[in-house]
Design a binder for this molecule. Structure first.
Ligand code: AKB
Length: 324
């Protein structure tokens, strides 16, 4: 199976690339990104190509040259960056997907994974245990692009038989590549500061609750959805979650392991974005249709995050500033 991962240098892409290379072999999995990977392992374990997904010719060339059959299309501008540059968010998130869908029908790409986000929801959506089928009326450009992406995918599936599948990811927490430009990034940054022994200034208030997921669950959910028999799937894009906590609860859980960790709260424009998103998600359709079940809750995730980041810190390979 020849696989392409766009956004391969990003938070999810960098780990998904390594996982897919373990399963299918390094040469079968092509990593594509708009910048050179920071990780030596990513460069050493298989091919890397530079790609701007908004450039249709370049996208087509990569798909043809590498005889790609399956695409994990992770390239995206996230919510906070999207508010700084909404035009670029549209180009990458919508135009990039549109090019891929057109190329998929032309070249007969077998399967596409395209993540969506809790950002498809907005202030008019019920905020607790937000259901799968509900109001999709986001107030961020990122949310607008993700709703558009879901609808485009459904159209191409119905009209042209493209097998595209997606998940509405919550905030993803990981210890390898820091996220960039998201509203949920504080939930990763906090760990870096705690491990470095530095106080952290959090850009949302302590009462802000959002749904979250630890990276191993995030990777497994994508791979399980892609492997699910098509006839079991009632939706193209599923709600998915693992846990929900407030920023204050996360700080308190970290403090159980790092007692002198200090957090100051200074909400900025990202507070408004967080306030427009669900506090918790109902992912029962994913559980019923393809057996989704998270393995990590808050306590297990915090323990593992601290263990992984402390090891990097001890090896001199961790800088709190890199998480910002
Ligand atoms: C963001 O904060 O923008 C992302 C997301 C929830 O999609 N992490």
């Amino acid at each position: 199976m020849r696989i392409l991962i766009t956004g391969a240098t990003g938070q999810i892409g960098s780990e998904l690339t390594l996982e897919l290379r373990k399963r299918y072999g390094g040469d079968q999995v092509i990593a594509a990104g708009h910048r050179k990977p920071a990780s030596e392992e990513l460069l050493a374990s298989g091919p890397f190509v530079a790609l701007d997904v908004a450039d249709r010719n370049a996208f087509g060339q990569v798909l043809r040259e590498h005889r790609i059959e399956v695409v994990y299309h992770l390239a995206a501008v996230l919510s906070a960056s999207g508010e700084q540059n909404p035009q670029r968010a549209w180009e990458v998130n919508v135009l990039g997907l549109y090019h891929l869908l057109e190329l998929a029908r032309e070249l007969g790409i077998r399967q596409i994974f395209h993540p969506s986000s809790i950002a498809v929801f907005g202030p008019k959506t019920p905020r607790d245990r937000t259901p799968q089928d509900t109001v999709l009326s986001p107030t961020t450009m990122y949310g607008v692009t993700k709703v558009t992406g879901e609808l485009l995918g459904e159209y191409y599936a119905r009209r042209y038989g493209v097998d595209i599948r997606g998940l509405r990811y919550p905030g993803i927490i990981s210890s390898v590549t820091p996220p960039g430009g998201g509203t949920t990034d504080y939930a990763v940054e906090m760990f870096y500061y705690a491990v470095e022994g530095k106080p952290y200034t959090c850009f949302v208030g302590p009462e802000t609750a959002l749904p979250m997921m630890y990276m191993p669950d995030c990777l497994r959910s994508a791979l399980e959805l892609m492997a699910a028999p098509a006839e079991r799937l009632r939706a193209r894009t599923y709600n998915i979650t693992a846990m929900s906590f407030t920023a204050g609860e996360l700080a308190a859980e970290i403090r159980r392991h790092v007692p002198d960790f200090r957090v100051e709260y200074k909400p900025d424009f990202r507070q408004t974005i967080a306030d427009s998103w669900p506090r918790s998600i109902d992912d029962s359709p994913a559980r019923e249709d393809w057996g989704w079940k998270p393995r990590y809750g808050l306590a297990e995730m915090v323990e593992e995050m601290l263990r992984a980041l402390r090891a990097r810190h001890a090896a001199g390979k961790l800088y709190a500033a890199e998480a910002r």
